[in-house]
Write a protein of this length. Structure first.
Length: 238
């Protein structure tokens, strides 16, 4: 039953509510994975330089805040605003936690990989510049989408998703090439570590790129629906 003054609930409301509910649910599950990864990093790499530790801590805190804000969104949409379509139509914090914060996290992570690629091979500076431009482009697309509000978001979303996919794919390809190239220069005692690094790097970036492609396809095929929200919230935990 709806409150007085609220419009009746339409039969196709599930196409709106399901994506914005499943997205945060996946997001919370992946936050648990992020906590474990953060602990493993702090335990296994205690001698990393302070800037890297501070960067990892900052990203973790940013992800924590983003996860908390998605929880607030769900509360306002499905608890405080239960049965009220006007509540579901409101953005609440979603502009910040889905668009702005995710773009910032992607920018930081992709920027770190650019730095790592440059450290491994100084001659690939031009490649790092290309990836950096794509990373800035995806962040710009996200910010433009926020500024446009409820206007036509298609150009901003296309820039956001396409640039993100290209940046992740290029990073994965570069890390495969560089880490395997250095494999022959490592001593025998540490050579077993490199395949793990290669596999982890490739799996992480290719998984992110795959989800971004799925998000883009859903945005193109169903431009008037919110189906793309579910996989894109997944992308917030790189």
């Amino acid at each position: 039953m709806t409150e007085a003054g609220s419009p009746p609930i339409p039969p196709g409301i599930v196409r709106v509510t399901a994506p914005i509910l499943f997205g945060p649910l996946f997001n919370w599950a992946l936050y648990g994975v992020l906590c474990v990864q953060t602990y493993v990093y702090s335990y296994n790499f205690p001698d990393d330089r302070r800037p890297l530790k501070l960067l990892a801590c900052f990203v973790f805190l940013l992800e924590t805040a983003q996860t908390a804000l998605t929880g607030a969104d769900v509360y306002y949409w499905f608890m405080a605003g239960f049965g009220d379509l006007k509540s579901i139509e409101s953005y609440w914090f979603s502009r910040i936690d889905i668009a702005v914060m995710d773009a910032i996290i992607s920018l930081i992570v992709q920027g770190f990989f650019c730095y790592r690629i440059w450290v491994l091979n100084k001659r690939l500076l031009w490649f790092c510049v290309v990836v950096a431009v794509l990373s800035v482009a995806q962040a710009s697309g996200a910010f433009c989408g926020v500024l446009k509000g409820k206007e036509d978001l298609t150009p901003a979303l296309y820039l956001w998703f396409i640039a993100s996919v290209l940046a992740d794919v290029l990073i994965a390809m570069a890390m495969i090439y560089l880490l395997r190239q250095r494999r022959g220069n490592e001593n025998r005692g540490s050579s077993h570590v490199l395949p793990r690094i290669v596999r982890l790097t490739v799996e992480t970036n290719m998984l992110t790129a795959t989800v971004a492609i799925v998000t883009f396809v859903l945005c193109v095929v169903f431009p008037k629906e919110l189906y793309y929200v579910t996989p894109y919230v997944f992308l917030s935990h790189h």
